[in-house]
Design a protein around this ligand. Structure first.
Ligand code: PEP
Ligand code: CO
Length: 446
């Protein structure tokens, strides 16, 4: 086999690529992206891999969360800050319950391309290309909006850069300081049951910090109280874009996909001989791969061979998304084969993507109850096998949307129309996210 280079994937079938009407324009854009600065650095990707190696050993917990699809119409500083608030709040709840550090990874700053189950969408008598995410086309149902426009890749890069820039400023510049813990409670959350429960923890943490200061511990000098490591991730779907942002690390000579710290392969693109596996096999970032209930033990071993041939801890995460009703049967054989074969992987649970359904009124939704059941069963499988339930992968937003059903302040079927703004899949709102964090915290406590 010839040595891997960033273009090696082109010799394999690439599923889920848009039909770009103007290949010359696409080429021009990809060349331009190739000349742009990397968004992340190799050293950061290595730090994340080390953190994930801890997750694999059960010494940390991974929280990966954000939008299903980010939007070009929603790039405000307030939105980014509030999304970060929800994830920081959830991480506090999880850390407080489990006593474990939480590895925080956003589905953010690059999550602009979606795999779709159909190539076209039909409404009344009109058939148009399907919406594939803002890096490709627009969601509005007209010919112009649905045309794949490569200039959107530059907008995706630019929005990723400005989003990441703000995330870096917020997480390293004082906003993520543990003494700001009360500020992370957004107004509409603070008034809720979950918000008050969070406040109680925040109050305890305040007291602990005051206690330590009174004991003479100098809290000023300890960076871990004032800064947070926050990583970015997205599905590595558009291989031209990912290739254009791949750089050779000057320190090690290794290739890194510098569009994000962690990249994942979706359920629809994990074919072992496909271009997505071929591409991610050659970059040294930590990577992840989704697994549905249809994945076989053989698929899993072959993915380990292709994506983590040196069996490095923290390199490969399997994100299982099997459904509340299937995970109990489908997960154990996969966990068993990985365990008996001595493969190092991180197991995380995406309780969103196999618990989606459409209501009679036409809304794509998920029940918080199903989400919780899938997580509970995921924990139960790992606890029974003696393996590590390493984390969760969630679709959520900071906004007070009504896209998923249930929660401590119930959202019912008839509430969905009230504020349904998802570009792609339904997201948990901030209150439902906190609800879930308390539930997961309780599972980690036992
Ligand atoms: C997603 O994460 O938004 C997604 C499409 O997931 P999956 O590949 O698991 O269907
Ligand atoms: Co989704």
């Amino acid at each position: 086999m010839s040595a891997w280079i960033p273009t090696s994937w082109q010799e394999h079938p690439a599923a889920q690529q848009p039909d770009w009407p103007d290949p010359a324009a696409l080429d021009g854009v990809l060349k331009e992206l190739h000349g742009r600065p990397p968004l992340v650095f190799a050293g950061e990707a290595r730090t994340l891999q080390a953190a994930l190696a801890k997750v694999a050993r059960g010494e940390a917990f991974m929280l990966q969360a954000g939008d299903c699809a980010e939007s070009f119409n929603d790039s405000s500083a307030d939105g980014i800050r509030d999304k970060l608030k929800v994830i920081l709040q959830m991480a506090v709840v999880l850390t407080y319950a489990s006593g474990l550090p939480v590895v925080k990874v956003g589905r953010i700053a690059g999550q602009f391309a979606k795999p779709r189950s159909a190539v076209t969408e039909e409404r009344e008598d009109t058939v148009l290309p399907v919406f594939r995410g803002h890096a490709i086309n627009d969601a509005a149902f007209d010919t112009e909006s649905r045309r794949a426009d490569p200039r959107r890749l530059l907008t995706a890069y630019n929005q990723s850069a400005s989003t990441l820039n703000l995330i870096r400023a917020l997480t390293k510049g004082g906003f993520a300081d543990l003494r700001q813990i009360h500020v992370w409670n957004q107004e509409f959350v603070a008034a809720s049951k979950q918000g008050r429960r969070y406040e109680a923890i925040a109050h305890q943490i305040d007291r602990s910090l005051r206690f330590m200061a009174a004991c003479g511990i100098n809290l000023e000098t300890d960076a871990s109280l004032h800064e947070v490591d926050f990583y970015i991730s997205h599905e590595a779907l558009l291989l031209g874009y990912e290739e254009a942002l791949t750089r050779q690390d000057s320190l090690t000579g290794d290739w890194y996909d510098c569009s994000a710290h962690l990249l994942w392969i979706g359920e629809r693109t994990r074919r072992i001989d496909g271009a997505h596996v071929a591409f991610l096999s050659g970059v040294k970032n930590p990577i992840a791969c989704k697994l549905s209930a249809a994945a076989t033990p053989d698929d899993v071993l072959r993915l380990c061979d292709a994506l983590n041939p040196d069996n490095e801890p923290g390199r490969l995460t399997f994100i299982t998304r099997m459904g509340a009703d299937k995970v109990g049967d489908a997960l154990p054989p996969l966990v068993a084969v990985v365990q008996s074969d001595g493969r190092n992987v991180v197991w995380t649970c995406d309780p969103m993507h196999a618990n989606t359904f459409v209501t009679p009124s036409g809304y794509k939704t998920r029940r918080l109850a199903d989400i919780m059941v899938e997580i509970k069963r995921f924990f139960a499988v790992h606890n029974a096998a003696g393996t590590v339930p390493g984390g969760v992968h969630l679709e959520l937003t900071h906004q007070n949307v009504t896209e998923c059903l249930g929660g401590a302040e119930e959202i019912f079927d008839h509430d969905l129309a009230h504020r349904y703004e998802a570009l792609c899949d339904p997201r948990l709102n901030a209150r439902q996210s906190l609800d879930l964090a308390f539930e997961i915290g309780a599972m980690l406590q036992t």
